[in-house]
Write a protein that binds this ligand. Structure first.
Ligand code: ZN
Length: 233
């Protein structure tokens, strides 16, 4: 099981760790700052350094039993199992993912329709909405800009199934229903804007989203509108 440091602090750029296993294409560590692909957010890339070598991490995936696999190129050097390493993510790329991810939460709070899909990348991100209505792009763009400028605090907390059951009002205020039966749920709260279960990496406050713009709005079927967003820097 790899300790997921990025869940508690999404701003960690690197960490020291111990190598648990090394196989053909992956290095498993006891702890990591690398986000594995999931929830519409791309995997982190970066570098693992050790005494006398380093390997470029080209992908990060969940493995068996809670392991996180740092995928390296076939011809990359490998550290020894049991050895000490330093794991460093490509922070510029990840920070854009965090800005995009947080911006998508804001977009979802403006367009109050069911979300049927989504995808994040450093260049462009999107949400698919279950809706037939036409979107006023200018108006949505202005609302998004306002939520960024208002600089709402963003926080994450874990809540147990029991705590959740004891607070039915909390579930009612969520934009997405929490998954049941996992024992605990990670909640993402954008103060006064959004509350929903989410496992991704987010900013500390919405002001850090910066220059965001609504891109193309695509009609993907009768009841599906795809809204794209871009970062203008
Ligand atoms: Zn999220």
């Amino acid at each position: 099981m790899t300790e997921q440091l990025f869940r508690e602090d999404s701003y960690l750029k690197e960490c020291d760790a111990v190598v648990v296993t090394v196989d053909d294409n992956a290095i498993v560590l006891d702890r990591t700052v690398f986000y594995p692909m999931g929830g519409g957010q791309p995997a982190d890339t970066g570098t693992i350094h050790w005494d006398g070598g380093s390997a470029t991490v080209i992908d990060t995936r969940y493995g068996d039993g809670g392991a996180i696999r740092h995928i390296v190129a076939a011809d990359a050097a490998r550290p020894q199992a049991g050895g000490q390493v330093r794991a460093s993510i490509d922070w510029d790329r990840r920070y854009r993912h965090m800005r995009m991810h947080t911006a998508l939460h804001l977009l979802g709070s403006i367009l109050k329709y069911g979300v049927t899909g989504g995808n994040i990348s450093a260049e462009k991100s999107r949400l698919d909405f279950d809706m037939e209505d036409t979107i006023d792009k200018e108006e949505v763009g202005r609302a998004l800009k306002t939520l960024v400028e208002e600089n709402h605090l963003v926080s994450c907390r874990w809540i147990t199934d029991e705590e959740l059951e004891a607070q039915p009002d909390l579930v009612r205020t969520m934009s997405v229903q929490p998954p049941k039966g996992a024992g605990k749920v990670r909640l993402l709260e954008i103060e006064g804007v959004d509350l929903q279960p989410c496992g991704g990496t987010h900013l500390k406050s919405t002001g850090e989203v910066g220059q965001v713009r609504i891109g193309k709005v695509e009609k993907k079927g009768k009841r599906n509108r795809r809204v794209n967003i871009h970062l203008d820097d």
